[in-house]
Design a protein around this ligand. Structure first.
Ligand SMILES: [Zn+2]
Length: 143
């Protein structure tokens, strides 16, 4: 069931909610891929379940397997597209009760947060619409 106040549920119907922090890129079998607007870590994105559930344990075994396959697929694409030294994964959802994973590429050459926990939104790096489109294309081409 779609929740009208949920940014992830409203993708395609009301992109203003997700637009506060992200840009929808494409649909995957069990999820939606969203480019995170704050790009301190180039390629940072979100994989959000297509189904509104609070926690991964609320998915069925099959749904969970499909969702994690999408996460794995996107991680592989990020490695291919950006060659990070490591990808950090974060599933918090303390205030956003719709299952989503943050995929945060980390680069040893960039001391910002390398070897540390990534901030939810450090508010350091925003790009132009053209630059976001370029990043999104790079990820999609690597999927
Ligand atoms: Zn939702």
């Amino acid at each position: 069931m779609a929740h009208t106040d949920c940014a992830y549920c409203m993708i395609g119907e009301n992109d203003e909610l997700v637009g506060a922090f992200g840009i929808p890129v494409c649909d995957l079998p069990a999820s939606r891929l969203i480019l995170f607007k704050e790009q301190s870590h180039p390629g940072r994105c979100i994989v959000a379940s297509k189904r509104h559930v609070d926690d991964i344990s609320d998915l069925t075994e099959e749904e969970s397997t499909a969702f994690m396959a999408d996460v794995r697929h996107v991680a592989a694409a990020l490695h291919k597209a950006f060659s990070p030294d490591k990808i950090n994964f974060g599933a918090y959802g303390d205030t956003m009760h719709h299952l989503h994973f943050h995929l945060v590429p980390k680069y040893a050459s960039d001391s910002f947060e390398f070897g540390d926990v990534f901030a939810m939104n450090p508010g350091r790096v925003t790009l132009t619409d053209g630059e976001y489109a370029e990043l999104a294309k790079k990820i999609v081409d690597a999927l």
